[in-house]
Design a protein around this ligand. Structure first.
Ligand code: XIL
Length: 311
């Protein structure tokens, strides 16, 4: 049965289009995959995803314009002067957002730029990750790329996305500071939403009450929030597989409930939907983190999410 399913696009198509309403490309819109060299664009895979969404009445969130990973493998970016690099970043944003204007409704503009005790403490009090954008454009690169993104598609929702920023703690304090900084510029920066990835481990994850408190303080700054890459690892739980799946259901219920009850939370997106295909297996070790099992049947986790939405 498994082999049959793996080749059967219509199984995926049906499930994806009936259970979900908001689609995010896992890799196809990242700089390396979509724009591997200065004048080389590989729009095919992203076109397919956006076409699919339109055919099925789904909205699309682009992921991610500016990220330190999955950049082009050659060193064309490294070899540019600072000035040329800025122009290349601007061109990347304008070309990619411009092509999908009106078809991709929201963008993760900057992904994972903040690190607690990071390499660079910016003047605006935020601890930044050392990456090529910081090196070549300086600590105001974040502000700059949001300004370009807003020019490229003034109607798009512009998001800052990160991990470990859902509860209350140093990382979410830093994200809060960044948003406050961007909002308080003389000419305020268009930044509309904060994404919380939430690649969770069922054996230890942020307290839902803290997540809600964090969502509310961001809302007070004038941004909305979303849960952007939800998956829940099981492998560190003890007990039988049935017990682990029951705990996973509870985690999904608790986490999705935070969003359902919080008016400032606009969406929950999952980093895949069947355990047949999850990045967790290769990055964190074999696991069953998603809503549907290897045979693409709904797991207890699926009912946890469903119950949360039906409240
Ligand atoms: C992951 C993809 O799922 C993998 O296929 C790829 O090899 C690496 O990136 N945070 C993010 C996502 O913002 O883009 C990452 O996606 C997972 C962690």
């Amino acid at each position: 049965i498994s082999n049959k399913i793996s080749d059967d696009f219509s199984t995926y198509e049906k499930l994806l289009s009936t259970q979900f309403s908001y689609l995010t490309p896992e890799n196809a819109a990242k700089w390396g995959p979509v724009h591997p060299h200065e004048d080389t664009w590989n729009f095919g895979p992203l076109d397919k995803i956006v076409d699919f969404a339109e055919q099925h009445g789904m909205e699309v969130k682009g992921h991610a314009l500016i990220w330190f990973m999955q950049l082009p493998q050659n060193d064309y970016l490294e070899n540019l002067s600072d000035q040329e690099f800025s122009e290349a970043v601007k061109n990347h944003i304008f070309t990619l957002m411009g092509r999908y204007k009106g078809r991709i409704q929201a963008w993760d503009v900057v992904n994972e730029a903040i690190v607690v005790n990071g390499a660079h403490e910016a003047d605006y009090g935020v601890s930044l990750r050392d990456n090529i954008f910081l090196q070549k454009m300086g600590e105001d690169y974040i502000e700059q790329v949001y300004r370009w993104a807003h020019q490229a598609d003034p109607k798009a929702k512009l998001i800052y996305n990160d991990f470990g920023n859902e509860g209350l703690g140093e990382k979410s304090d830093q994200v809060y500071k960044l948003i406050a900084h961007l909002k308080s510029r003389k000419q305020p920066v268009a930044i509309h939403e904060v994404g919380m990835q939430m690649h969770l481990d069922a054996s230890s994850y942020a307290n839902p009450a803290d997540i809600v408190a964090n969502m509310r303080r961001l809302e007070d700054l004038g941004v909305t929030v979303n849960i952007s890459e939800l998956d829940v690892q099981l492998k560190n739980l003890s007990g039988s597989q049935a017990q682990k799946l029951a705990k996973q259901k509870q985690v999904y219920f608790d986490i999705v409930s935070t969003c359902v009850h919080e008016p400032a939370c606009t969406a929950v997106t999952f980093w895949g939907f069947t355990d047949r295909h999850s990045w967790i297996d290769s990055w964190m070790g074999p696991d069953d983190p998603l809503l549907f099992d290897e045979d693409i049947l709904p797991k207890p986790a699926y009912y946890g999410v469903r119950n949360a939405f039906l409240q």
